[in-house]
Design a protein around this ligand. Structure first.
Ligand code: NI
Length: 178
C-alpha cells in the first residue's frame, strides 16, 4: 500500500494521451490500483486517473458517498474502470462546479454532457456497461478526460467562474480540499 504523489497541472505526463491496458489481472495492474485507491482515499478525492500518479495508462477510479465537498451530489458507486469508452446519449449539457487533485485549492464551472453510457473493464477484465447522468456522468467525463491529457480548466468557457475553493465556498470544511 502506498500513497503516491499527485502530479499537478503543468507536469507533462498530465498532458499525454495514455496507452490502453493490454493485460488484466497482473500484479502490475493490481499494484497500480492499490496505489490509486490509497492515494484517492488519502486525498479525499472523488476520483483519480492513473496519469495523476505518473502512470500513463487508461485506468480511472471514482466513487462518492455523501460528501461535504459536493453537498448537492448524488452518490456514485465506487468503480475501477479500465480502457473506458464514453457514448453521449443526447446533446443536453449542464454546468457544474469541479475541482481536481491536480489543480489543488481551485474550483471552476464546467459544462458537461448530462447523460452518457460508459463501457470498459474492471481490473480482472470483466466488462462494465452502465448508463449514468448528472454528477455520476460528470465524474466519468472528468476522469476520462485525464486519459486524453485534458484538465478541467481546458473545458471552461467562462474563466470568471474559476477561483479558490476557500474564497468561493467559505462555508466548506477547510480541512477538505480537492
Ligand atoms: Ni481531476
Amino acid at each position: 500500500m502506498a500513497v503516491r504523489e499527485v502530479l499537478r497541472m503543468g507536469h507533462p505526463v498530465l498532458r499525454q494521451v495514455a496507452r490502453p491496458v493490454e493485460r488484466f489481472g497482473t500484479p502490475e495492474l493490481e499494484r497500480l490500483l492499490q496505489d490509486m485507491r490509497d492515494t484517492m482515499a488519502h486525498e479525499n478525492g472523488a476520483g483519480l486517473a492513473a496519469p495523476q500518479i505518473g502512470e500513463s495508462v487508461r485506468v480511472v477510479i471514482f466513487g462518492v458517498s455523501a460528501t461535504p465537498r459536493y453537498p448537492d451530489a448524488e452518490p456514485v458507486p465506487f468503480t475501477v474502470l479500465v480502457n473506458p469508452q464514453i457514448t453521449f446519449l443526447d446533446d443536453e449539457r449542464e454546468d457544474g462546479w469541479e475541482g481536481c487533485l491536480s489543480v489543488p485549492g481551485l474550483r471552476g464551472v464546467v459544462p458537461r454532457f448530462r447523460r452518457l453510457r460508459y463501457r470498459g473493464f474492471d481490473e480482472r477484465g470483466a466488462p462494465i456497461d452502465r448508463l449514468a447522468e448528472g454528477f455520476h456522468a460528470r465524474v466519468v467525463q472528468h476522469e476520462c478526460d485525464h486519459l486524453d491529457g485534458i484538465l478541467y480548466p481546458m473545458r471552461m468557457p467562462d474563466m470568471s467562474r474559476f477561483g479558490f475553493t476557500e474564497v468561493l465556498f467559505p462555508d466548506l470544511d477547510p480541512a477538505i480540499d480537492d
